[in-house]
Write a protein that binds this ligand. Sequence first.
Ligand SMILES: NC(=O)c1ccc[n+]([C@@H]2O[C@H](COP(=O)([O-])OP(=O)(O)OC[C@H]3O[C@@H](n4cnc5c(N)ncnc54)[C@H](O)[C@@H]3O)[C@@H](O)[C@H]2O)c1
Length: 269
Amino acid sequence: MRVKQKTIVVTGAASGIGRELSLALLKKGARVAALDINEEGLQETLSLSNDNGENMSLHTINITDKDAVSALPEKIIEKHGSIDGLINNAGIIQPFVKVNDLEYDSIKKVIDINFWGVIYLTKGILPYLYKRSEAHIVNVSSMGGFLPVPGQTLYGASKAAVKLLTEGLYSELRDTNIRVTIVFPGAIATNISSNSGLVDKEAEKQQTEESSFKALPAPKAAEIIIKAIEKNKFRVCVGKDARTMDLLYRLFPKYATNMIAKKMATLLG
Ligand SMILES: NC(=O)c1ccc[n+]([C@@H]2O[C@H](COP(=O)([O-])OP(=O)(O)OC[C@H]3O[C@@H](n4cnc5c(N)ncnc54)[C@H](O)[C@@H]3O)[C@@H](O)[C@H]2O)c1
């Protein structure tokens, strides 16, 4: 689906990939309904939109609030006239510990946001997408959604659930006007650790600067995801790390699993 003059709902639009998706969509002539729990961050996204801001509406919302999500589509229609696309991008990571040490509150939070949030948005917006001549749903999973990363096991499980949900939607919607894309980003340079409450912003900045590994910039990730919408891709791996591990895991799942486990061992203890 071409994004020009379409209305696209983007979750997690106050930061990182979601912010860059919103700005790039606006530049391409789309209208954006920008959702996030972080009101200040949404305002910042708007302030970065330059002349395109009138095509963006801001919606401060917790995507785990089913009633608030259900009430949202009519508000978006009121502003933009229709909804043509949904990008389920909002997400958090879990505290970096093994399952045995992970508190139930953290488990619930990561599954509520990463999985239930996607379900609420999908079920809330799907009826409106059926009404359009063409429409598109994009769900952002993770490299950790197909490959186990010790210390992020529940995060990975939530993203694996998003993967299967998305592939199921693809199958169910094949003969309709609605296309579906699953996205597996590798490491992307964002503030996800501090936004997930694991470290403060300064510590995250310092870690990024000191790391020898250069994560893909978020604007590049956004560009790849929008291209995937416009080319109606079934699945897309974002970044060389995700592409390489996708291939390796499919060919040699046990080898790939052990390789990542060894890499993480020093960090996890
Ligand atoms: N950064 C990476 O390396 C990476 C890798 C793989 C996958 N991803 C996925 O990409 C997506 C975007 O992540 P990012 O790196 O841009 O992170 P980010 O922290 O920069 O952005 C995520 C946004 O989601 C919002 N959010 C969190 N909980 C919410 C809630 N309950 N309701 C509404 N909004 C909420 C946050 O406020 C934040 O603005 C996530 O789903 C993440 O899991 C990221």
